[in-house]
Design a protein around this ligand. Sequence first.
Ligand code: SF4
Ligand code: SF4
Length: 174
Amino acid sequence: MQSLSNRKKVLEQKPMNIWERMYLPAIAKGLAITLRHFFKKIPTVKYPEQIRPYSKNFRGQHSLKRDEQGRERCTACGLCALSCPAEAITMTAAERQKGEENLYREEKYAAVYEINMLRCIFCGLCEEACPKEAIYLDGPHVTASYLRKDFIYGKDKLVEPKFDITQLQQKSIT
Ligand code: SF4
Ligand code: SF4
């Protein structure tokens, strides 16, 4: 029957010659390819013993930053949560009380701040949206776990540890 595209080709099956019927040249060719790959440099990295250097643009776990006086920068404005395409961020805002000026930089702060790492796609939009430079994706990989609840990261995992301000001041002097 005539094909619609008219590109049909009739193939002829040629009979195999003596070498092809012996299969030996084909086997030798296959072995040569195997040997060539055997002595090639292996590109596989034996993780976790070996760790490849990350790209400068690597986005890892989020960290909630402190200012130069060690106070939490986040003011619970919610812009990061609004900009998040995966709806991974939730928070509860609270008013700063008298005497807490050394803990929180702004009058409002995040009493609860959670990121669902199973939802997060590490796009970095929360980092870009933050007007207070309070959130950066500059941490390591999110660690594996068998339980879903372990992937809800709260402030205990997100807020960067307190640093010694006197050491920082000494560094800036020297
Ligand atoms: S990195 Fe992207 S997906 Fe993850 S919390 Fe931020 S905005 Fe959402
Ligand atoms: S991390 Fe930044 S954008 Fe998100 S609530 Fe805090 S201040 Fe607002």
